[in-house]
Design a protein around this ligand. Structure first.
Ligand SMILES: [Zn+2]
Ligand SMILES: [Zn+2]
Length: 148
């Protein structure tokens, strides 16, 4: 007999091995969980095009839960008293660990293949974000010195 497995999505223990991922309940839980994460991922994607840098506030410590990796991820990236919005999440989405975990997660849960691309960010995109935030940081530094 297959050993009992606890499914983190259905929050139930199953004795029938991995077969239950095909069940309607599991597929529904999976879809709901992905849809909960999607708005954050999409907001992060938008930030690639126009990096937003804000003055650091404790709220920027916020984390979101990466379903694929099963870990908490910092949403924003703080540097001194500045924060790049969604920098943390983008760094995570672009990491090879996340890509590997996402491929595994999609395979194990039989998730919709078209959805997968939405949860991945290419390292090139992340570099683009870094490029635009670096210029933001520089600009801020210059204006700070200017107004001293
Ligand atoms: Zn399940
Ligand atoms: Zn992840």
């Amino acid at each position: 007999m297959a050993p009992a497995q606890r499914c983190p999505l259905c929050r139930q223990t199953f004795f029938c091995g991995r077969g239950h991922v095909y069940s309607r309940k599991h597929q529904r839980q999976l879809k709901e969980a992905l849809e909960r994460l999607l708005p954050q991922v999409e907001a992060a994607r938008k930030a690639i095009r126009a990096a937003q840098v804000e003055r650091y506030v404790p709220e920027h410590e916020r984390c979101c839960w990466c379903l694929c990796c099963g870990c908490e991820v910092r949403e924003h990236l703080s540097h001194g008293n500045l924060t790049v919005l969604y920098g943390g999440l983008l760094e995570h989405l672009a990491s090879p660990e996340h890509k590997k975990a996402t491929n595994k997660f999609w395979w194990e849960n039989k998730a919709e293949i078209q959805m997968k691309e939405k949860f991945l960010v290419t390292p090139q995109d992340y570099v683009r974000l870094c490029g635009s935030s670096v210029s933001f940081f520089k600009l801020l530094q210059i204006s700070k010195n200017f107004f001293k």
